[in-house]
Design a protein around this ligand. Structure first.
Ligand code: GDP
Ligand code: MG
Length: 336
């Protein structure tokens, strides 16, 4: 079924999928924050909320969303499961760049600026990781959930060793790559990220992890009691399926474009995101490409104060500037 929502929307460069199940409570704030952020991105962006099997008015929140600069559409998916929802959402996209984030926007959206610039620089998979040094994670999860998460990470690292945090709900991709990787995906539930990352890597893409500010938002749809066993079972079957797939595929690479047409991968060996670079605080824009960062300690000029033309020396400290209209004396001429 095609997504519902604004028709005749001009093509966009980025589509963001938001999986949502029984999110009528958290979605309005999350969607408002995402729309505001998306409107300020340098890429024209649309949002696609995928609601599956909600028993609350999640779909009505999306249907009643006011029209604005960022189109918001709804896709209804009959099969429950975050994995099914994200897969259906990604397969309904067409944009050169795509991604997904959770309805609660637990990952601070300042990371979107970083993700967009890395995608535009030719990095095909950009994912948030709460495990990087520069990340800030405000975690109020129970001890048992934290222990389960550590065990899950250990297991997932057998499949995707390069990913330090497969479960952060903030992942962005080159569109053609994400659609090709999502097509054969089978994981219905919360472990789907492992399969998606593994399939992107299998298609030849490298991962770029970025630090994030993440805060736990009350109202999680993950229940340790209901979802843990299935999540661990799913990782085991992803491992088995990918192993079987590798054996069947032999060594013949599948020709899938890793990047949108016209983009080139960055030169090999250049780190996309140097370790230790802090996440920008919310609201601080990333500088446009080519604008140099000021050296530490150099103050930013107040608005309206012109920069001196090249070659004009600055006055030594303590020497007052002449008032406007008072001519400077020619060299050699002194005042009486
Ligand atoms: N469409 C859909 N979305 C789901 C389903 N299960 C979870 N989600 C969404 O996946 C995201 C998971 O985030 P959250 O519940 O905050 O989990 P946590 O942050 O890992 O505790 C939320 O946006 C959920 O609404 C599902 O069955 N269908
Ligand atoms: Mg959450």
């Amino acid at each position: 079924m095609p997504p519902e929502g604004q028709r005749n929307v001009p093509p966009v460069s980025m589509e963001i999928v938001v999986p949502a199940r029984n999110e009528a409570g958290r979605l309005p704030d999350g969607l408002a924050a995402l729309c505001q952020k998306a409107a300020a991105l340098p890429l024209r962006t649309a949002i696609l909320v995928v609601d599956s099997a909600s028993t609350d008015p999640t779909s009505d929140v999306v249907r009643g969303w006011p029209e604005g600069p960022v189109p918001v559409r709804l896709l209804r998916c009959h099969r429950a499961g975050k994995g099914h929802a994200v897969r259906a959402g990604l397969l309904a996209t067409r944009a050169p760049f795509v991604g997904f984030c959770d309805a609660d926007m637990a990952t601070d959206l300042s990371a979107l600026d970083v993700a967009v610039s890395l995608l535009a620089a030719g990095n095909p998979v950009v994912i948030g990781s709460r495990m990087l040094h520069a990340s800030v994670a405000e975690d109020r999860h129970s001890g048992i959930r934290r222990a389960g998460a550590a065990a899950f990470r250990a297991l997932a690292s057998r499949i995707v060793p390069d990913a330090t945090d497969t479960q952060c709900g903030f992942k962005f991709f080159s569109g053609p790559l994400a659609r090709a990787a999502a097509l054969p995906m089978r994981t219905a539930g919360f472990a789907f990220d492992v399969e998606l990352i593994a399939r992107c890597q299998r298609l030849g893409a490298t991962l770029t992890e970025i630090p994030v500010c993440w805060r736990d938002v009350p109202g999680s749809t993950f229940s340790v009691a209901r979802h843990s066993a299935a999540t661990f079972r799913d990782v085991a079957s992803i491992w088995l399926r990918l192993r079987a797939g590798r054996a069947a595929a032999g060594r013949v690479p599948v020709p899938v474009p890793l990047l949108p047409a016209g983009l080139q991968a960055p030169p090999a060996g250049v780190p996309a995101f140097p370790a230790g670079v802090p996440v920008l605080p919310a609201g601080v824009p990333v500088l446009p490409a080519g604008v140099p960062v000021l050296p530490a300690g150099v103050p930013v000029l107040p608005a309206g104060v012109p920069v001196l033309p090249a070659g004009v020396p600055m006055l030594p400290a303590g020497v007052p500037m002449l008032p406007a209209g008072v001519p400077v004396l020619p060299t050699g001429v002194t005042t009486a």
